[in-house]
Design a protein around this ligand. Structure first.
Ligand SMILES: NC(=O)c1ccc[n+]([C@@H]2O[C@H](COP(=O)([O-])OP(=O)(O)OC[C@H]3O[C@@H](n4cnc5c(N)ncnc54)[C@H](O)[C@@H]3O)[C@@H](O)[C@H]2O)c1
Ligand SMILES: [Zn+2]
Length: 392
């Protein structure tokens, strides 16, 4: 019934009246696929982006730090390929994942010439891909967007999967949607300029995937931790490609989270609560997830579900990757009462049950919905100092 040919387009229907006793059902199904490219250089990213844009108009939504470093190259390249991009820079940092920034972006788009099938190109870390994706999801009920992730965290995780959101003071990612990107193009060269903390934070999400779903990926990270921290381009390319493949495989089972029992949320119940309790910003998401994984694994060990060796291995790998493996290793104090209050709020939002992913062995998890406050407090106490985490 669809035609893209120019000129008048005739539609004829002859629908019957429904039978009196018929149950009325409206159907809607969507099947989406997109390509993920992991390429070495910024110029490769540009070439692939031009291919994906395929002549459509483009609005560029870019992190301000990234704009300073790579904006010239990217915009010059787009213009050389015949594009006339409109550009909006977003202040760097988690505080930009806000309703205010989204609103400002919608005003910007409304004043642009962008049409329904044109493209929003997001260029930055997870903050910009989450914020830009959500803006794209609502603008004109959803315009296409293409992610150009520039941090390790966004390349191994945030840019893939279509979960887009902004934060609310009450809870992380409270306002959001599912809106799949049309393409993801990760350039390893971008990782040359991210900070050491940001590099390590990205490794946390890679370690998460390894622990929940891939002993082979765990071995790769374990074997290459030092090379990864030294930003060896080949090691990083393998790391990012494998992360994208693992995430794509895991989300393909349930892309719209009809079932909330998701291993990918490992480390995130506690991690997100930690970010909320510390006010979105002082802690990088990956740092919060690293400590969240330690606390949640500690719960599993204390329940007798996982061997203590699993916790020891996790702590050892996190430390080698420059990540916090105990509360005292976090760059900011984690106030326990605020953290428990943030977890209670999530429990309330989720209809009374807080699901926590408990690792049982490499590649195997158990998702519990009965972890109570006392158990959490005990795990938080047990993971307060790195010495106690590995010996208790
Ligand atoms: N949607 C998802 O599935 C998903 C998954 C994981 C994380 N996330 C979200 O991602 C966010 C965190 O992403 P992030 O860690 O990338 O943080 P970020 O976007 O804040 O980037 C971190 C810092 O790096 C800077 N930066 C980015 N690229 C750079 C480059 N190439 N060179 C130099 N500096 C650069 C930014 O300006 C920023 O200061 C969190 O909000 C988290 O909730 C989303
Ligand atoms: Zn995450």
């Amino acid at each position: 019934m669809t035609s893209t040919a120019p000129g008048p387009f005739r539609v004829r229907d002859s629908l019957p009246l429904p039978a009196a006793e018929a149950t009325l059902i409206a159907g809607a199904e969507r099947h989406e696929q997109y390509r993920i490219d992991v390429v070495p250089r910024v110029e490769d990213v540009l070439a692939r982006a031009v291919e994906v844009l395929d002549g459509r108009a483009v609005a560029v939504f870019v992190d301000e730090t990234v704009e300073v470093l790579y904006g010239g190259t990217l915009l010059t390249g787009l213009r050389a390929a015949g594009h006339d991009p409109t550009v909006r820079t977003v202040p760097s940092g988690e505080a930009s994942k806000s309703l205010d920034q989204a609103l400002a972006a919608w005003h910007w788009l409304a004043e642009s010439q962008l049409a329904r099938r044109d493209v929003l190109l997001t260029v930055g870390g997870g903050v910009v891909t989450d914020l830009g994706g959500w803006v794209a999801s609502a603008y004109m009920r959803g315009i296409p967007y293409v992610n150009l992730p520039t941090t390790l965290l966004a390349q191994v995780d945030g840019a893939v999967g279509g979960k887009v959101a902004v934060n609310h003071p009450v809870a992380k990612n409270l306002l959001g949607a599912f809106h799949q990107p049309s393409a993801v193009i990760a350039g390893i060269e971008f990782l040359g300029s991210i900070g050491d903390r940001e590099l390590c934070a990205g490794l946390a999400e890679a370690i998460k995937k390894a622990l929940i779903a891939s002993p082979a990926y765990w071995r790769f990270i374990d074997d290459h931790a030092e090379r990864l921290r030294a930003r060896d381009a080949d090691a990083l390319l393998t790391l990012v490609r494998a992360a994208a493949a693992i995430k794509a495989a895991l989300i393909a089972r349930d892309p719209y989270e009809l079932d909330l029992r998701r291993p990918l949320n490992f480390g995130h119940a506690v991690g997100h609560a930690l970010e909320t309790a510390t006010g979105y910003g002082p802690l990088l998401h990956g740092e919060a997830v690293a400590y969240g994984m330690v606390v949640e694994t500690s719960v599993a060990v204390r329940r007798g579900l996982a061997p203590h060796g699993l916790l020891d291995d996790l702590v050892a790998l996190l430390l080698r990757c420059g990540l916090p493996a105990s509360a005292d290793g976090l760059p900011i104090a984690a106030p326990q009462d605020e953290l428990i209050a943030a977890l209670d709020k999530v429990r309330l939002i989720r209809g009374g049950s807080l699901r926590i992913v408990l690792p049982v062995a490499l590649g195997e998890t158990l998702i519990a919905d009965d972890v109570g406050e006392r158990e959490l407090r005990e795990a938080l106490d047990a993971t307060a100092e790195v010495g106690t985490v590995v010996t208790q």
